[in-house]
Design a protein around this ligand. Sequence first.
Ligand code: PHE
Length: 372
Amino acid sequence: VGGVTISRDEVVKEEDPTNNVPDTIFSKIGMQLHKRPDHPLGILKNVIYNHFDERYPGLFHKFDDLSPIVSIKENFDDVLVPSDHVSRSYNDTYYINSETVLRCHTSAHQGQMLRDGYTHFLVSGDVYRRDAIDATHYPIFHQMEGFRVFTPNEWEKAGLDGTTLAANELKETLEGLAKRLFGNVETRWTDSYFPFTDPSYELEIFFKEKWLEVLGCGVTKQEILTDNGQGGKTAWAFGLGLERLAMVLFDIPDIRLFWSSDPRFTAQFTAGQLGIKFKPFSKFPPCYKDISFWISDAFTENNLCEVVRGIAGDLVEEVSLIDKFTNKKGMTSHCYRITYRSMERSLTDDEINFFQANVREEAQKKLNVILR
Ligand code: PHE
């Protein structure tokens, strides 16, 4: 990939039933927003890179154009995701085919990086998840992975065991990063769970009267190190969502804006400048349309969202379940409210009616629901 877009035909055999990647996603692979130095995601990525460069001169290798197309082994097995974990399902992950996925996290590169002999690395890139639609969720977003290996002489010198040294150093590094990004904020650690770390933590910051989760991290499980040529050592790892942080840091109200090429958005940011607050250029009116249907057993909200996105693209702002009941015959009805809104202009009634008519038709055809 490496900045070049790929076409569906290059990677998917025609009508392959093990592929669930729609064209709307294919058309965005290779955009690499995180590599644009004057895009909020690129600005943030570079500030984090600089932080590591200053704190650990020359220590961390940086990778930001590894292909998002990875094997199931890399995305799941290498990082010990259990075989029955929901994240492996077709409902949650985009499968190119039965062996290959669009990475759902940058942790997909941990195993290969270690096998290639890297012990200190930062990996940034686009990640893909099937999900619901709202102002903070988009099927493509960007993460940065950090990973650092420690050798026995490092923890012996510190007079600590390996896990304690890794955990202490991890917390110190990330608190320093949070302060660099957010100023002198209050931070706290909460316990968490990830299949690849133990112990696992989440870092939260107190921002605008609320505790906000900023990243997940932990001490890497021994098995990952042993399996990938780094036995006898310890390591820490973290993964942070760039959009999540950028929305807060730049005051960006809707995750779709990151994909906008409207100069009223793009021209507001400058390479190297974190302090800039986005000024909404205008708020155009939303339009709400409801759709009700009897669901089938196989129905999922993620599949509905994919249908809506396939038709209205980035003009859909939210899909939310507003009513649900089961009748005496055991049939279940769902009513979803779809919010259509452009961030760039007013939508016309004709346009919206056309979208909604198509959503009704496609939902019926592709999701096996019965419209009411
Ligand atoms: N991969 C995790 C996620 O996407 C984040 C993470 C990375 C957590 C590394 C711990 C260590 O949520």
